[in-house]
Design a protein around this ligand. Sequence first.
Ligand code: ZN
Length: 98
Amino acid sequence: MRGIAYRRHTEERAKARARRKLKARWTWTPPEGRPADFVAAQVGMMAATRAPCSCFACGNPRRHFGELLMGERRALERFRSEIREIPDHTSSMMEITC
Ligand SMILES: [Zn+2]
């Protein structure tokens, strides 16, 4: 397990990446022209979350479109392939409905 120094280092890297992203996003008013506490809060938020908001483009596809997430689709596919591998005498007892 890595220590607190590594976690601080990782957080600093994430915040540096977030600062670069925000600089590119805020083209009209760069970070230098905004209140420092606001910029710090936005950088922290951007560093902590991969999806900065929950609009239809960033948010959970299940909520907006009723789609399954990638992990859920993989799990479902794995489940289906495992079900097919069961020998005939047991699969006759289980109906595959999905
Ligand atoms: Zn969004």
